[in-house]
Write a protein that binds this ligand. Structure first.
Ligand code: SF4
Length: 282
């Protein structure tokens, strides 16, 4: 995890809705990748915390304090010196290093529209580094950067799409963009000739697997990754666990249902990547 320098001004704060935004100077921006991310050299997180606050988010466990863990989704730290930290790598050989952006936040937070932290990092990586870059997001704001993305020699954009149901999405990911807006966005990126992937990580309950599979296939993408959803893992924000569990029960979302959905997806998408193996850069 990136650590923040205590000596810098740590006090600038604002809020958007219920989310407290802090502006921080980070001491590092690239973290050597390990564990689930071991196919990559580095992870890159332009923000700390995440205002999308998905109720099951595993990243919450990497928070620095219990308070942050408990309030996941209600705080976001902007690494306002991210660009200057990346610039320090100009002579260190990031060319062809495999970078995953981002592992414990979404690089396209709503505030990215005005902050342009991620955009500034992309410009720097494009001009001076040319790494192999994998972007992971669930936000159509990524469309803003197509002009830069299309100029990378080796880039992949992963869009997380977890269900076909807005009802399910609103319970598990109430602050995230709609399913359809994400599908539309990744289709547009793929149509622009940028290597694209839909990551169903985790796959939440799906109401109509057959239609979902066809809808995904009709995007024209050929890369998909699936991973099961574990109700016992992750960080459920107070009050959401019971709603999520009730829905899982109501929809009878069992291991068998997951397997059946996976099979239907495989019928339509033969090269469906599964779990960690599927998560390797394409
Ligand atoms: S967008 Fe990603 S990092 Fe943010 S809360 Fe959701 S799962 Fe976690």
């Amino acid at each position: 995890m990136d650590l923040f320098s205590e000596s810098e001004d740590q006090n600038r704060k604002t809020s958007i809705g219920n989310c407290l935004i802090e502006y921080k100077k980070a001491s590092s921006i690239l973290t050597p990748a390990s564990g689930f991310m071991s196919s990559y050299d580095f992870t890159l997180n332009p923000y700390s915390g995440c205002s999308f606050g998905c109720t099951y988010c595993y990243a919450a466990f990497f928070s620095r304090s219990e308070e942050q863990r408990n309030n996941w989704g209600l705080w976001l730290q902007v690494k306002e010196n991210a660009l200057s930290l990346i610039k320090k790598y100009r002579n260190k050989g990031l060319r062809n290093k495999i970078i995953y952006m981002s592992s414990v936040t979404d690089p396209y937070q709503p505030i990215e529209k005005e902050m342009e932290i991620t955009r500034s990092i992309l410009k720097e990586l494009l001009e001076y580094h040319q790494p192999r870059l994998v972007i992971q997001t669930r936000s159509p704001i990524v469309l803003r950067d197509i002009d830069l993305l299309s100029r990378f020699q080796n880039i992949q954009v992963n869009m997380t799409i977890t269900t076909d149901s807005e009802k399910v999405r609103k319970i598990f990911e109430p602050l995230c963009p709609s399913n359809d807006s994400r599908i539309k966005a990744i289709k547009e990126i793929n149509d622009a000739g940028i290597k694209s992937c839909i990551t169903m990580t985790p796959l939440l309950p799906v109401l109509d697997p057959e239609s979902f599979a066809i809808k995904l296939k009709n995007t024209g993408l050929t890369n998909f990754i699936i991973q099961p959803f574990h109700t016992e893992k992750g960080k459920f924000i107070a009050g959401t666990r019971s709603a999520a569990m009730n829905l899982i029960k109501e929809l009878d979302w069992t291991d068998e249902k997951y397997k059946m959905t996976e099979e239907i997806l495989l019928n339509h998408i033969p090269n469906l990547g599964i779990g960690k193996e599927g998560f390797k850069p394409i």
